[in-house]
Design a protein around this ligand. Sequence first.
Ligand code: ATP
Ligand code: MG
Length: 409
Amino acid sequence: MPSTFLLRYGEIALKGQNQGFFLETLARNVARAVEDLGPSEVRLAFGRVLVSVEADPEAAAGRLRKVFGVVSFSRVRDVSLDLGTVTSEAVALAEEAVTRQPEIVTFKVDTRRAEKRFPLTSMETSSEVGRAIHERLPQLRARMRDPDLLVRIELRDRAYLSTKTIPGPGGLPYGTGGRALALVSGGIDSPVAAWYAARRGVVIIPVHFHSFPFTSERSKEKVVDLCRVLAQSTGPLDLWVVHFTEIQRAIQTQVKDALRVVVMRRMMMRVCDRLAPRLGALALVTGESLGQVASQTLESIAAINAATTLPVLRPLIGADKTEIMAQAEAIGTYAISIRPHEDCCSLFVPAHPRTQPSLDETQRAEAALDTDALVRDALARSERLRITRSGADPAAIGPVSDRRAEGTR
Ligand code: ATP
Ligand code: MG
């Protein structure tokens, strides 16, 4: 027997003329999230998304928890819009809940009536059903605030009943917000930043700067694993692994050490500036948090930002490290991020990086670099990997060469 889930969305309800686009995208993403579990059917009904799927309900719920745009959802039983049927189903659900969890002592019935032809109001339905539950289970007390058991009844095309509400991630459906390159390092912050951008509907294209052999294959695998976690929410991702070794070498030999990190980050911006138009990306996403390290002071950010014409989204700019860590834990990236690895930045970080570099002195410090040639070479030696929730495949394209980007510089 298939399990049915009723999904609630939030902000989408406020989208005027575009609502259809947001809802269709949400329904498509929901269908994709469960498609490999078994046959499923997704439909939009009366301000909710309904999913029936022939699969283990726990497995299905695990997938639905990650779909952006879903505020909360419940596994539901649906019955006809008839007070007697609704009441007996609600009583049965309450009995099952109490059998499962004998510690339940308080309860509440919450009714939403979207179908106004139903003869009773929401309030009347709740009290009628509540009375019947109390009659069958006299040990239960009604309690409006924070009840142990919440029986939800939604009266729509049919009556949908549930006793468990599972939180979703919120946000907007993935794919409704344009595209951005997400700079993913292997640290704690950047995967969280990428997740936040994706949660607002932005399609993310992860970009990782890899400095083999200064950084090992393992540090690349770590980024792949992080992207796999993100792919649980977004669907397949195209990870770009940019060959950063020569740029690192050039910086190390030609830039004075106190300004190396800022120059390195400016080189990352330049590479992205070249890559973004080719992939239709309109912005960059980084894991910067104001003041966290020397390269994230306002002065450093200004100097780094000046190397790109793209808007740089920094979802974590005002977050404390402890908050970022908690969020990383919640989305499942933390355990991967704390695996030991060599970071291309930390490898070359001098003991005393400048915390307030001016743009002027940074530009002078990097004047010896042939930035155009370095960027072109780094991209030509990059690889693209297609990352799914279950693994990584090198995509068809291999090394990158692109005349269009070169021609339009
Ligand atoms: P994270 O935890 O994300 O590594 P961080 O606090 O270590 O961040 P930095 O090393 O200063 O910060 O990097 C700032 C941002 O620059 C990162 O959040 C990430 O978006 C980007 N970045 C840094 N190194 C790389 C890399 N090797 N590849 C891709 N992006 C990078
Ligand atoms: Mg880092």
